[in-house]
Design a protein around this ligand. Structure first.
Ligand code: BT5
Length: 317
C-alpha cells in the first residue's frame, strides 16, 4: 500500500511491484484481491499495471498509521469493526501490560459508555470511537485534568480539520453551536496514592446524521452543512497529533501549560450555568473560572464562589 501511495495517481507496473516486494506476480494479484476485499478500489489495466483509485474510510490501523506524525500516541493501534466499548478493551489491554500510547479504535460500538453509567450512541461508520492508554506519573486526584487536557487536544483537532467553531463545555464535551459533537470519558486504575493507567476514551460524531443521535447531539457533517462525508481517518490522525501535543505540554510543564487555552475555548465561562454535582446537588451561577485544579468556579447568586471538580453543566443563558 505504501508503494501505491507514493506513486500518487500514476500506474504501478505489476512487474516492478513484484520485484520490489520480492514476490511472484501471482502472489501480488492475491494481495491486490485482499486489499479490494477490505475496501480499497484498485484499477488493473493490462500493460499499464495497477492504480489506487480510492482508499476506504475504515479505521484500518495501516491507514491511520500512514504519515502519522506522533511519537507515542497511536504507535500501536488495535482496530475492530465492531466492539462493545473501546474503553473496556483498552482497559483489558492495559491490564495485560500494553504500553502508553496504545490505541483501540472501532467503526461501531454496541455498548458505548458515557460517564456515570450513561451510554454513548456509536453507530457504524458515522463517528470516531477510540480509547488511548496513558500511564502518566500523577496522583489519582489529578486524573480529571487529563480529560481537560484531552478536551483541548480534541477541540483543536476538530477546528483544524473542519474550521467549525467548536468549543469545550467543561468538563468533557465538545459543542458546536451549543450542540454536543463529542464526549470524553476517562477511566482509571490505581490506588489511593498511585495511578497504574488511565483509559482516555473519545467519541466524535463525524458523519453521523442528527436523527441517529440523541436530542442535543450533532455531527461535524451536520454542522458544516456539507453533502460530502468527512474522512474519519484524516481526523483521527490530526486528533492523535493534537492529543499528544497537549499531553506532552501537561507532562512537561503541568496543568498551567494548557489551562489558558482550555479557558479560551470554554463555552461556559462568562455564562450563567447550572452545575449538577455527582451527588445530585444542583447549583446555579455565573461560570467565572477554571482554576489551577481544573475545577469550574461558579459565582453564585449570593456572591459566594463554589468550585466543582466534576459534574454536569447546563448552559442557562
Ligand atoms: C460522555 O459522557 O460524553 C463520554 C462519551 C465518551 C465516548 C467514548 S467513545 C470511545 C470510548 N469508548 C466508550 O465506550 N466510550 C468512550 P456523558 O457526559 O455522560 O454524556 C453521555 C450523554 O450524552 C448521554 O446520556 C446522551 O444524553 C448523550 N449522548 C449519547 N451519545 C451521544 C452522541 N453520540 N452524541 C451526542 N450526545 C450523545
Amino acid at each position: 500500500m505504501d508503494l501505491f501511495k507514493k506513486s500518487g495517481s500514476s500506474f504501478l507496473s505489476g512487474e516492478d511491484v513484484s520485484r520490489e516486494l520480492g514476490i511472484s506476480r501471482q502472489a501480488l494479484w492475491k494481495h491486490i484481491e485482499k486489499l479490494r476485499e477490505v475496501g480499497y478500489m484498485i484499477e488493473a489495466v493490462p500493460h499499464l499495471g495497477y492504480k489506487l483509485i480510492q482508499v476506504p474510510d475504515k479505521m484500518l490501523a495501516s491507514e491511520i498509521k500512514w504519515n502519522l506524525k506522533t511519537k507515542v500516541i497511536g504507535t500501536e493501534i488495535h482496530f475492530y469493526e465492531s466492539l462493545g466499548s473501546t474503553n473496556t478493551v483498552a482497559y483489558e489491554l492495559a491490564e495485560q501490560g500494553a504500553r502508553e500510547g496504545a490505541v483501540v479504535i472501532a467503526d461501531e460500538q454496541t455498548k458505548g459508555k458515557g460517564r456515570l453509567g450513561r451510554s454513548w450512541i456509536s453507530p457504524a461508520e458515522g463517528g470516531i470511537y477510540l480509547s488511548c492508554i496513558l500511564r502518566p506519573d500523577i496522583l489519582p486526584n489529578e486524573v480529571s485534568k487529563i480529560a481537560l487536557v484531552a478536551a483541548v487536544g480534541a477541540v483543536k483537532a476538530v477546528r483544524k480539520f473542519s474550521s467549525l467553531d467548536a468549543l469545550i463545555k467543561w468538563p468533557n464535551d465538545i459543542l458546536i453551536s451549543d450542540r454536543k459533537a463529542a464526549g470524553i470519558l476517562t477511566e482509571l486504575k490505581g490506588e489511593s496514592d498511585r495511578v497504574d493507567f488511565i483509559i482516555l476514551g473519545i467519541g466524535i460524531n463525524v458523519n453521523t446524521p442528527r436523527k441517529a443521535l440523541p436530542a442535543g447531539g450533532t455531527s461535524l457533517k451536520e454542522e458544516s452543512k456539507s453533502s460530502a462525508d468527512f474522512s474519519r481517518v484524516e481526523l483521527v490522525k490530526i486528533l492523535l497529533k493534537e492529543l499528544e501535543a497537549e499531553y506532552v505540554k501537561f507532562k512537561t510543564n503541568g496543568f498551567a501549560a494548557v489551562r489558558s487555552e482550555l479557558k479560551s475555548y470554554s463555552c461556559a465561562l462568562g455564562r450563567y450555568v447550572s452545575v449538577t454535582a455527582s451527588g445530585g446537588t444542583k447549583l446555579s451561577g455565573e461560570a467565572v473560572d477554571i482554576n489551577e485544579n481544573g475545577e469550574l468556579v461558579l459565582k453564585l447568586d449570593d456572591g459566594s464562589r463554589k468550585a466543582f471538580l466534576s459534574g454536569d453543566v447546563t448552559l442557562v443563558r
